[in-house]
Write a protein that binds this ligand. Structure first.
Ligand code: PRP
Ligand code: MN
Ligand code: MG
Length: 181
């Protein structure tokens, strides 16, 4: 376990900073939506941690559903091909959907999801992404709630993986290049 530290360089957000940000955004979301109007959709697997903490920061009950999509496989770069691995369990027709994501990198995953949800007849679809890499954008995605804008580096922790590793780290940090090069 001690050698995990060798795989990481800069810490971009500590657990404490993340939780403080989630509280801020939860308060804003609670103001923006009518009570009982909102459905959270988490994007598996990366958004598991942010969904768990963000949903509990909201001062109201909220239904949660999940999509599992993957565009990265085991590599560090988006393939651009989005695969559904698990669809929603619920009908979002006429619902106000807030997609909960860990990170917007190229934007390809979210732009695909936004189109997909619009086609299902959602009343509204907005995005909350804990992290965003503005320099990595290949498509513009309108994101109503953003936690942190970060540099275009490969980051792990708090749900974010490299080849399924590092998701259960509490902080978010830059992965050292020797790990993937
Ligand atoms: C990661 C991340 C986002 C997406 C962002 O998911 O969790 O969902 O990539 O990248 P993009 O903006 O370039 O599309 P990934 O496909 O690795 O699946 P995972 O959540 O299971 O790790
Ligand atoms: Mn993901
Ligand atoms: Mg991943």
């Amino acid at each position: 376990a001690a050698d995990i530290a060798n795989d990481l360089t800069t810490v971009l957000a500590t657990e404490e900073e993340i939780l403080a940000k989630l509280n801020e955004i939860a308060a804003q979301v609670a103001k923006d939506y009518e009570p009982d109007s909102l459905v959270l959709v988490g994007v598996l697997k990366g958004a598991v941690m942010v969904m768990a903490d963000f949903s509990r920061a909201l001062p109201m009950l909220v239904p949660m559903d999940w999509m599992a999509v993957s565009s990265y496989g085991a590599g560090t770069r988006s393939s651009g091909v989005v695969q559904i691995r698990k669809d929603l369990d619920t009908d979002i027709h006429d619902k106000h959907v807030l997609i909960v994501e860990d990170i917007i990198d190229s934007g390809l995953t979210l732009s695909w999801l936004l189109e997909n949800f619009a086609a299902r007849g959602a009343a509204s679809v907005e995005v909350f992404a804990l992290f965003r890499k503005p320099e990595a954008a290949k498509v513009e995605v309108h994101c109503r709630y953003v936690g942190f804008d970060i540099p275009n580096e490969f980051v792990v922790g708090y749900g974010l993986d490299y080849a399924e590793r590092y998701r259960n780290l509490r902080d978010v940090a830059v992965l050292a290049p020797h790990v993937y090069s």
